[in-house]
Design a protein around this ligand. Structure first.
Ligand code: SF4
Length: 265
């Protein structure tokens, strides 16, 4: 039996930096006369001004990822897995669930079923039992069995290496394909989850209304040398520092570069 891969937790990303004077200035209430003038301006014009922060330069983007790399040279995802197949299953199970919740369920499951054949042998009902603490578990159990059948029938029991083939598996979408291609096969893909979506938008690195827009935007601006780990740096940054509620801007190692008008430094 292979050993469970227990990924590292986030690296320390708590470099204190000098408070951002511009942001502080921006956060200062307008003097009465100026505020009066602003109030007369059409709301649309003001919104436009706020929505267009200074574009990032290539040097600034490089600086951000260089800092991430120095703080955490080998970032790892937090979904536990044993091989590409168990990684695929874990990612399919992780939709609308936390990595910690998925790990709790998959630890005993993968101990007895770490190949498509063993998963089929276990059967849908038992798989359902193992994963019943995860949201949407009935449908997910169905998908795990169906994708295992398809892997055996069409891919020689191996996880395929192309996006189209992975996306053809039941329960697997673009994000699943990106995670598997990146973590199992070292491809320079960018999986956009809720954390990456938030960080891409807040920082202004790759604003977008959809995960695909953010994904393509990030791929465009991030230098190739950082692409292998960029996905994990951004996820970990969003999960532990740039929190959805109450981002920890005061300990954020890119707070001087971040374009979010509401940052608290
Ligand atoms: S400064 Fe604040 S908003 Fe900007 S990336 Fe850091 S934690 Fe997020």
């Amino acid at each position: 039996m292979a050993k469970i891969i227990r990924p590292q937790r986030a690296g320390a990303s708590s470099v204190q930096s000098a408070p951002n004077k511009k942001a502080a200035k921006a956060a200062t209430p307008l003097p009465k006369r100026a505020a009066g003038k602003a109030a007369k301006k059409p709301a649309k014009k003001i919104a436009k001004k706020i929505a267009k922060p200074k574009p990032w330069t290539a040097a600034e983007v490089y600086e951000v990822f260089d800092r991430f790399r120095k703080a955490n040279p080998e970032p790892r995802g937090e979904l536990e897995h044993l091989n590409p197949y168990t990684l695929l299953v874990a990612v399919v199970l992780s939709a609308q669930a936390t990595d910690a919740g998925v790990n709790k369920a998959t630890r005993p499951l993968f101990e007895i079923a770490d190949t498509p054949e063993k998963m089929l042998e276990l059967g849908e009902e038992k798989v359902r039992e193992y994963i019943k603490t995860i949201g949407l578990y009935r449908n997910k159990a169905k998908n795990v069995i169906a994708l295992s059948e398809k892997l055996i029938a069409e891919f020689g029991s191996q996880v395929p290496r192309t996006r189209a083939e992975i996306e053809s598996l039941p329960g697997a979408g673009r994000k699943t394909a990106n995670v598997v291609l990146n973590m199992a096969f070292g491809e320079h893909t960018m999986a956009v989850d809720t954390h990456v979506f938030r960080v891409g938008n807040r920082t202004g690195l790759a604003p977008g209304k959809t995960p695909l827009e953010v994904e393509l935007g990030l791929e465009k601006v991030i230098p190739t040398e950082f692409m292998l780990h960029a996905h994990h740096w951004l996820i970990l940054h969003g999960r532990y520092t740039c929190l959805a509620r109450g981002p920890r801007c005061e300990v954020c190692l890119i707070n001087d570069l971040c374009r979010w008008p509401e940052k608290t430094v």
